[in-house]
Design a protein around this ligand. Structure first.
Ligand code: 4NP
Length: 147
């Protein structure tokens, strides 16, 4: 799961998926990263942590890191939260195989639409619940497909 800062969208995507994987006893490795170095080492945004808790998901233990080219080897699927993240990840890809691993996460619920998970960082609290709901739906599809 990849966004810009790795403190709002991608950690909640990781947290929701991680919980579903655990609850269902599946063997799927989950992780998240940011394309930027802005927030390396930081916990998720407190508003995102609060929204997570209100929805029964705990992401307090997660820490931001930057996406690195080695992630192309470690993971089978790399989900970008928006078009900018997608383009930034692709700019690091070095083969067709690596390129093919990168997907827009909301295409799991609206195939081909290339919709973005809106960045809630500069908005109000309601933006965080909206992000949660979108990623809850997308991760349900991911579990159905790959679980
Ligand atoms: P995220 O949100 O990409 O969902 O983690 C952001 C967090 C921080 C910044 C931008 C987006 N920032 O510019 O610091």
């Amino acid at each position: 799961m990849v966004c810009l800062g790795n403190i709002c969208r991608s950690p909640i995507a990781e947290g929701i998926l991680r919980q579903k994987v655990k609850d269902q006893g599946l063997n799927i490795e989950t992780d998240s990263a940011g394309t930027s170095s802005f927030h390396i080492g930081e916990a998720p945004d407190r508003r995102m942590r609060a929204t997570a808790k209100q929805n029964g998901v705990d992401i307090d233990d997660l820490r931001a890191r930057q996406f690195v080219p080695a992630d192309f080897d470690r993971f089978d699927i790399i989900y970008a939260m928006d078009q900018s993240n997608y383009n930034n990840i692709l700019s690091l890809a070095e083969s067709e195989v690596e390129i093919s691993k990168v997907k827009m996460i909301l295409n799991e619920i609206q195939p081909g639409a290339n919709q973005a998970v809106p960045d809630p960082y500069y908005g109000g609290d309601e933006g965080f619940q909206h992000v949660f709901d979108l990623l809850d739906e997308a991760t349900d599809v991911i579990i159905e497909k790959y679980g």
